[in-house]
Design a protein. Structure first.
Length: 239
């Protein structure tokens, strides 16, 4: 048994994923069964699985097992009219979401600045998780001026999309005013919500949406699984 036996096991499991022998969403055999299949120690198997999880090939879910993650990655275009459904539905994905919490808070300085409000002004903070084909792709907080959008979470629970909610407020169109993206390690809670390995980084996206006349209506701070999404930018969209 060589010291790098885990690398051989990793390569074999990855190959079975790439050639379709092990399919997306399929549950891997237990650690003990994998050790028997590959004629290796459980430590080698454990290290191989952990490395594949960290690279975004597998999802290790406590109490459930280890599953093959769907690939290829999601293509997400950020443009003047960035919309989740507009991005993912054409890729054949079923989009679902859930509001995890909703609270009225005093606006932190960065949120107040983005929304053009005084610091500490009341805002509604909605924490939401979005899923594509049942797999979490992002989670984060959406902030709205509480005086104008006080019941936004309730309306969002009943509506098919954020666009439909804005229309219920009389806002027929809105544009992306600013987007900032950076990468960092995932927190334990983010890894849990995104069903990804703790060593896999996340992409942090801060964005502000505005009406066509430039009035800010929402500020969002979300994290996306770096294992499942790649972003592209378009500045020439007119429709």
């Amino acid at each position: 048994m060589t010291r790098d036996r885990w690398r051989d096991i990793r390569a074999l499991i990855e190959q079975s994923i790439q050639d379709g022998t092990t399919k997306p969403g399929e549950k891997l055999p237990t650690e003990q069964e994998l050790a028997r299949i590959y004629g290796a120690g459980r430590h080698s198997v454990r290290r191989a699985v952990a490395d594949l999880a960290a690279s975004g090939h597998l999802s290790v879910e406590q109490g459930r097992g280890t599953f093959v993650l769907p690939r290829p990655m999601i293509e997400y275009t950020i443009s003047r009219r960035t919309r989740l459904r507009r991005n993912l539905v054409p890729q054949g994905m079923a989009i679902t979401g859930e509001i995890l919490s909703a609270d009225r808070i005093g606006a932190p300085a960065r949120v107040a600045k983005a929304l053009g409000l005084p610091e500490g002004a009341p805002v509604v903070a909605s924490v939401r998780r979005s899923l594509a084909d049942g797999l979490p792709v992002s989670c984060g907080t959406l902030y709205h001026d509480a005086t104008r959008f006080g019941d936004f979470p309730e309306r969002r629970r009943e509506a098919e999309s954020t666009t439909a909610v804005y229309q219920s407020y009389g806002i027929q169109d809105y544009l992306r005013g600013e987007t900032r993206i950076r990468a960092r390690p995932a927190t334990e809670e983010e890894a849990r919500l995104l069903h990804q390995h703790p060593d896999m980084p996340v992409l942090v996206v801060r964005a502000t949406d505005r009406t066509p006349d430039g009035t800010p209506i929402a500020h969002s701070e979300s994290v996306w699984s770096a294992a499942r999404v790649t972003f592209s930018m378009r500045a020439d969209e007119e429709d």
